[in-house]
Design a protein around this ligand. Structure first.
Ligand SMILES: Cc1cc2nc3c(=O)[nH]c(=O)nc-3n(C[C@H](O)[C@H](O)[C@H](O)COP(=O)(O)O)c2cc1C
Length: 186
């Protein structure tokens, strides 16, 4: 749709049945027509290595930058691994942060959510992700935190979000994100 707010939904999980990728699918389905959410997974991103970088970005990294650069905002959905973000996500952000201050994520508005079967709902991983985003000068949606705890009870076996309260949190957050991105532009 012309004039739509374009959002890249980046999942921090490679797992086929990932709750975080499923949460991004739910967000895309719940979004109104004027918000487009494209889901990005990171399976083809190589390990960051400055020697490789010096020879030029590998093709999957080029494609990732090209996908992120034109969007209005990035919605991260992160699992919590050992009280932090998964290495897969940190690794992708390390690539996305280059070249420093000229990268596709530099100053790109972002929102963060996360899903876990446990009770804490990725709060600790989200706090770490915020810190990583600060280094890249990414303005972060301050309110509307979405912490999907006990994810196993909220998604069905096909990865469809069934919990009405979580659906409302997600839908509200997406609209907050769109409105805030618009305000940042003016
Ligand atoms: C290496 C590892 C570490 C984990 N550490 C945490 C943790 O610190 N906190 C937590 O809530 N869940 C933890 N979990 C459980 C994950 O939240 C769970 O596997 C979740 O489903 C991963 O997200 P996904 O469904 O999107 O793949 C861990 C899982 C793994 C494999």
């Amino acid at each position: 749709m012309k004039g739509a707010t374009r959002i890249a939904g980046v999942s921090g999980s490679l797992r086929k049945g990932s709750y975080n990728t499923a949460a991004l699918r739910a967000a895309a389905n719940l979004a109104p027509e004027d918000i487009e959410i494209d889901i990005i997974t990171l399976e083809d991103i190589p390990l960051f290595n400055e020697d490789v970088e010096a020879k030029g970005f590998p093709d999957p990294v080029v494609r990732l930058h090209e996908t992120i650069r034109p969007v209005d905002g990035v919605l991260f959905s992160t699992p919590e691994y050992n009280y932090s973000i998964p290495g897969v996500l940190k690794n992708a952000i390390d690539w996305l942060s280059r070249p420093e201050r000229k990268s596709s994520i530099y100053k790109k508005p972002a929102a963060i959510m996360g899903a876990t079967p446990s009770m804490i709902g990725t709060a600790r991983a989200q706090a770490h992700l915020r810190q990583v985003a600060y280094y890249n000068a990414m303005p972060l949606l301050a309110s509307s935190e979405v912490l999907i705890f006990r994810a196993g009870e909220k998604f069905d076996d096909d990865g469809r979000l069934q919990d009405e309260e979580t659906k409302k949190f997600l839908a509200d957050m997406i609209i907050d994100f769109r409105d805030w991105i618009r305000r940042l532009r003016t």
